[in-house]
Design a binder for this molecule. Structure first.
Ligand SMILES: NC(=O)c1ccc[n+]([C@@H]2O[C@H](COP(=O)([O-])OP(=O)(O)OC[C@H]3O[C@@H](n4cnc5c(N)ncnc54)[C@H](OP(=O)(O)O)[C@@H]3O)[C@@H](O)[C@H]2O)c1
Length: 374
């Protein structure tokens, strides 16, 4: 391992990412160091870059952002048992979370550390680029579906016969990165899925196992979902996309469902993300956000619906993370139960290409994951 390597660094809040040399980390006992070959971009990356001084106040500068990593193991900690040097792996980098060190654990650099229990081998036939699209999307989906504080669904063990007729999961935003993973995981766990997508992505979402796909841009989306559910038992809903919470609450109210896992804020922070100054532009945006959240929570309470926000990296500390990354994901990927989606769009090569990739993600994607090779 080199003593230093290139990283895309956020030097100060809201700065553009710059390429800097960083010390290459040594692994802690339960960590692996990875030579990163591909990273994928998530909306949270530009949200932290643009608003982190308010939304991620704990993050120390300079910081290294990024959650999605695929690469090769180049060093292993003293207690690591599942990996060897040279293994092709992918994993969830949680360096921007409170209490973590983004400079050791951020994805956007040539070498990073991953926690052994949030890392999995890449099966033969799947490239680094393909594997890199998964970590935050699949982890957030697993939090929504399996954590007891959200839908709390039973995790199906691949060794058992696939259970049937466990009920219906509503995935609003089935063509998002998290949504495509949520559909695949819910199906693998034995649940039916109804979902939403733009008409151009409806066939793709259907191919993942959703038996009803309605247009989330249509004023009749809620009616169409309720009709598609057709009296089946609804075990909960996962809300992805700015307008998804209101839609899901209405579907749950009308079908007797009582649990909602929310991934998206009801107001976009995209307009704040590109600004050099947050104040005063943030005042109306955060006021709208606070007000809408209050109203949606009140509506959920009135309808007897338990609604809570997901934190996609929170499985770091629970059994859902250990089972997903340690057992289920490697098996489901290898046998094709889970496909690495959304399809990657390689936007550039080298850490110097990451800022432009972030800008591209913020400008909007449709059923695509922006990836940079390193
Ligand atoms: N809380 C957490 O821990 C966490 C973690 C990850 C992501 N998230 C949030 O979850 C959301 C999805 O993230 P992602 O990375 O999966 O997104 P993404 O892949 O960037 O989402 C892009 C997709 O959004 C869809 N979309 C546009 N308008 C929509 C609407 N009104 N309702 C539903 N979908 C709509 C588009 O589908 P069409 O082109 O088919 O319209 C597009 O394919 C974002 O809000 C993100 O911030 C939260």
């Amino acid at each position: 391992m080199p003593r230093h390597h290139a990283a895309a660094v956020l030097a100060t809040p809201r700065a553009r990412l710059s390429v800097e040399r960083m010390p290459t980390p040594d692994p802690a006992p339960r960590e692996v160091v990875v030579r990163v070959r591909a990273v994928a971009i998530n909306p949270i990356d530009w949200v932290i870059q643009g608003t982190g001084s308010v939304t991620y106040r704990w993050l120390r500068m300079p910081a290294v952002l990024g959650s999605d990593v695929a690469g090769e193991v180049v060093a292993i900690g003293s207690e690591v048992t599942r990996f060897r040097i040279g293994d092709r792996v992918f994993g969830l980098a949680t360096g921007t979370d409170r209490g973590r060190d983004s400079r050791r654990e951020g994805a956007f650099q040539e070498y990073t550390t991953l926690l052994e229990h949030l890392t999995a081998p890449i099966p033969d036939g799947i490239s680094h680029v393909e594997a890199s699209v998964l970590p935050l999307g699949v982890s957030t989906a697993a939090c929504a579906l399996f954590q007891p504080r959200h839908l709390g669904l039973a995790i199906h063990d691949p060794a058992d016969a696939r259970p049937r007729d466990r009920g219906v999961v509503v995935v609003w935003g089935g063509s998002t990165s998290v949504g495509m993973n949520a559909i695949q995981l819910a199906r693998a766990a034995g649940y039916d899925v109804v979902s939403t997508a733009s008409p151009r992505n409806a066939d793709l979402v259907r191919s993942l196992g959703a038996d009803v796909v309605v247009d989330h841009g249509s004023p009749g989306a809620v009616d169409d979902l309720v009709a598609g559910i057709g009296g089946r038992t609804v075990v909960g809903a996962v809300a992805l996309g700015e307008t998804s919470t209101a839609g899901c609450l209405e579907v749950l109210r009308r079908t007797g469902g009582s649990v909602l896992a929310m991934a998206s804020m009801p107001v976009s922070l995209a307009e704040l993300a590109g600004r050099r100054r947050l104040f005063p532009a943030m005042l109306p945006v955060f006021s709208r956000l606070g007000l809408r959240t209050l109203l949606l929570n009140a509506r959920a309470r009135r309808a007897g619906i338990r609604a809570a926000f997901i934190w996609g990296t929170s499985l770091r500390d629970d059994e859902v993370g250990r089972r997903l990354w340690g057992r289920l994901l490697p098996e489901w990927l290898a046998d094709g139960t889970v496909r690495p989606l959304p399809e990657a769009f390689v936007a550039g090569d080298g850490v110097g290409a990451i800022q432009e990739a972030l800008d591209r993600q913020r400008a909007g994607v449709s059923a695509r994951k922006i990836v940079v090779t390193l």
